[in-house]
Design a protein around this ligand. Structure first.
Ligand code: SF4
Length: 291
């Protein structure tokens, strides 16, 4: 099954392979600090999806340097880097702070693009202004955690915003020259395949440029861990998950870039499904099934 994969897209766009240098900013999330909720989304670990990022006490430049050093022996010399502001809600901060962080990343000699993960309800005017300025100087990808378009499911895991806010955010971001990547989770408790496909359609109709699929996985210390221990949540098998991915790829227009077919949670926290931890096995399976 053919799809527009991110590696090929980056190679065509930048002329070589691109790797991500994950960066931690000193930010939190409105779903954790009490503004929208406490404790975060039911699946989110204490690290706010930033377990692979560097130490937030380091400057942005130091974090990029460290990531480049770590990867240097494993990647071709002409590799380009995407400075990836990954953990928590990247735009949930003072605009001046974000501007400074972007400037540091942009001026790093190895960095050719920026990416930032955030929530649709954390894009006020002054932040959009910083994103607009930045995207006029360097390609800027904004990753939005939609997870599902079903507001009832979203409420059950405590997303803290409604789907219409996501649709508006995509429109606002595209209007200022950002590329939008949408995160969708398959296997959320109680969701049918139709609901999952509806999430994909919502992202496409909203105008997303790219998409990241993830299988719901259960991490230590999350609300879902408790429900999973009590037998109230079942996770998808590898075959079940990729059957859903295949359906999703069928409805995805060919110009939407697939940045991820599945995610892998931090091994130290992962409880279930354990197949997601066996990266080599998953890659082999994907290659056989989708190449
Ligand atoms: S919005 Fe993102 S960072 Fe915040 S709790 Fe949910 S998944 Fe975690």
């Amino acid at each position: 099954m053919r799809y527009n994969d991110a590696n090929t897209y980056f190679k065509n766009r930048f002329g070589h392979k691109m790797y991500k240098a994950a960066i931690s900013l000193d930010v939190t999330c409105p779903n954790r600090d009490g503004t929208k909720g406490v404790g975060g989304c039911a699946f989110c670990s204490a690290g706010g999806s930033g377990e692979f990022a560097s130490d937030r006490k380091m400057t942005v430049t130091e974090q990029i340097d460290e990531a480049v050093r770590r990867l240097a022996s494993k990647v071709p010399e002409d590799t380009g880097y995407i400075a990836y502001f990954q953990s928590f809600t990247g735009t949930y901060c003072d605009p001046m702070y974000l501007r400074k962080a972007f400037e540091q990343a942009r001026s790093h000699p190895k960095v050719e693009a920026l990416a930032i993960g955030t929530r649709p309800d954390c894009l006020p005017e002054d932040i959009l202004q910083v994103l607009k300025e930045t995207s006029s100087k360097i390609p800027l990808m904004v990753e939005l955690g939609l997870q599902t378009s079903d507001d009832k499911t979203a409420e059950s895991f405590g997303r803290g915003y409604e789907t219409h806010e996501y649709i508006k955010a995509v429109r606002d971001l595209k209007a200022i020259g950002c590329e939008v990547i949408t995160h969708v989770i398959f296997g959320l408790p109680g969701e049918s395949k139709d609901q999952m496909m509806s999430s994909v359609r919502t992202a496409v109709d909203a105008g997303t440029d790219g998409i990241k699929f993830t299988c719901l996985y259960i991490l230590k210390g999350t609300r879902y861990e408790k429900e999973w221990e009590e037998g109230r949540i079942e996770v998808l098998s590898m075959e079940e998950y990729f059957d859903i991915v295949e359906e999703a790829l069928k409805i995805l227009p060919s110009d939407v870039i697939v940045h991820r077919l599945t995610g892998d949670g931090p091994k130290s926290l992962l409880q279930d499904p354990m197949w997601t931890a066996n990266k080599r096995n998953v890659i082999n399976y994907i290659n056989k099934r989708f190449s």
